[in-house]
Design a protein around this ligand. Structure first.
Ligand code: NAG
Ligand code: NAG
Ligand code: NAG
Ligand code: NAG
Length: 416
């Protein structure tokens, strides 16, 4: 017996080489041209809308689905009900007329705010693992989802059957993939710009490395700069919050501080009214100053709502980093700068018209400290590698160089 032991150890160590560390899970991300929302594939050709502030995974379930047997008082059910969107008339857990008091969740639509009661169900989705360069092998990932009636799909992209919540909470997709696949509770998001340069971006659950085919060997997770993720205030959705220390337009500081939220459900960045006004004025002034100093003289044109500053594209200098406009810098907690050039700050809205792609937050009063100062929207995140690291409570980001984009991830599988 004693002589057999070393053999057993040897067999175990051979069967468990260092390379068997679980690989992160890769999911392609596309942009819906009609709603400007981003989706990931789920079941049978149906997609889920990416919501970085969403606490649940939900979809319209098949008829006759079997509810997962979680009692109302289970930790899982409490997690499912940790946040109710304002105005959602949740009746607490369970439907009273049902004796078994099985858990009920209240999924909501991130765009309309509508909610509905639904069962929790066990589901699986198929994806590929990745080494950060290519897909590696197919996996079927266990997850718990809430069911919703199809009316909850209003205002979501055609072909979407629900929402993939990517918040930091326990029933959001990142934490579920982390526990099902034994990878870290973090994810990378690289959103595609879509449109005519239409392309497929990526989400990688479990984190980096991350490479694109135009730059073989360059691991972008090494270039991330970080700012701390801060806890949501009581009653606020479990989104990813960071702190905004100040805003600068072309190195001149404009008033504005508070919380900043990274939010894929808003297509363009929204600023609280007290932050918006001085920011837009500073941008217009700085752009006019460029003209006065011998640069091209930007010619304002009729605004295209919700944007206020729009220009004739013929009057703007176009460079590899987009229109030559004043740089916009968000200085975040820890002094980390998120700097946006013309590729991220200006949007082409119709032929010949480009607008400053920041809008005023509606339904919020100037200086209302209970509202975030900034909701960073999808457009401003595009072609930027973002790392949401819940385990280490930090948000990392780095913009890809102008000659490459999120769509340049190489989806060709390589066999090992
Ligand atoms: C996995 O990768 C292969 C190769 O790119 C692809 O054909 C397949 O659709 C991927 N599977 C999923 C579920 O994304
Ligand atoms: C993607 O990877 C495959 C396999 O390594 C390679 O043959 C192909 O050239 C790559 N594509 C690009 C665009 O680099
Ligand atoms: C990529 O960068 C990350 C962060 O620095 C590092 O942990 C990882 O080992 C790198 N991976 C590769 C394959 O270079
Ligand atoms: C961040 O940006 C501000 C405003 O442009 C600038 O004053 C500051 O030096 C920058 N900080 C770093 C660390 O680059």
């Amino acid at each position: 017996m004693a002589r057999l032991l070393p053999l057993v150890f040897l067999a175990v160590s051979l069967a468990w080489p260092a390379s068997s560390k679980p690989l992160p899970v890769l999911v392609p991300v596309t942009k819906d041209p009609a709603t400007l929302l981003y989706t990931i594939p789920f079941h049978h050709g149906a997609d889920l809308v990416v919501d970085t502030a969403g606490p649940l995974v939900w979809s319209t379930c098949q008829r006759g689905h079997l509810p997962a047997e979680f009692p109302c008082n289970s930790p899982t059910c409490r997690l499912a009900n940790a946040f109710h969107v304002p105005g959602c008339r949740a009746r607490g857990c369970g439907r009273d007329r049902r004796k078994d008091r099985t858990c009920t969740a209240y999924p909501y639509n991130p765009v309309t705010g509508a909610c509905a009661a639904g069962d929790l169900v066990h589901t699986r989705f198929v994806a590929n693992t990745t080494d950060g360069v290519h897909p590696v092998s197919q996996v079927s990932v266990r997850a718990l989802a809430a069911c919703a009636p199809s009316r909850l799909l209003k205002s979501l992209p055609r072909g979407a059957s629900g929402v993939a919540g990517l918040a930091g909470s326990g029933l959001a997709l990142p934490a579920q993939v982390a526990s099902a696949q034994n990878v870290p509770n973090k994810f990378l998001l690289c959103l595609p710009r879509g449109g005519s340069s239409g392309s497929t971006g990526v989400a990688i659950f479990g984190g980096g490395p991350f490479e694109v085919s135009a730059q073989p060997g360059r691991n972008f997770t090494q270039e991330l700069v970080y700012t701390p993720l801060v806890a949501a205030k009581k009653g606020m959705p479990p989104a990813h919050y960071v702190s905004l220390e100040s805003i600068a337009v072309e190195n001149a500081r404009v008033p504005g501080a508070g919380a900043a939220v990274v939010c894929t459900k808003v297509p363009f960045t929204l600023l609280r009214p007290d932050v918006y006004r001085p920011f837009v004025d500073a941008f217009a002034r700085a752009l006019a100053a460029q003209g006065a100093q011998g640069g091209p003289v930007a010619r304002p044109v009729k605004p295209v709502p919700p944007f206020e500053l729009c220009y004739d594209t013929q009057s703007l200098a176009n460079t590899r980093i987009g229109y030559l406009v004043p740089g916009v810098t968000l200085t975040l907690g820890g002094g980390t700068n998120w700097t946006m050039n013309g590729l991220s700050s200006m949007v082409d809205l119709r032929p010949g018209t480009a607008c400053l792609a920041f809008a005023r937050m509606e339904g919020v009063k100037a200086g209302d400290r209970s509202a975030p100062a900034v909701l960073v929207g999808g457009f401003q995140m595009e072609n930027t590698v973002l790392e949401f690291d819940m385990a280490r409570k930090r948000l990392g980001f780095v913009r890809l160089p102008f000659f490459t984009q999120c769509g340049h991830f190489n989806f060709t599988k390589i066999g090992y």
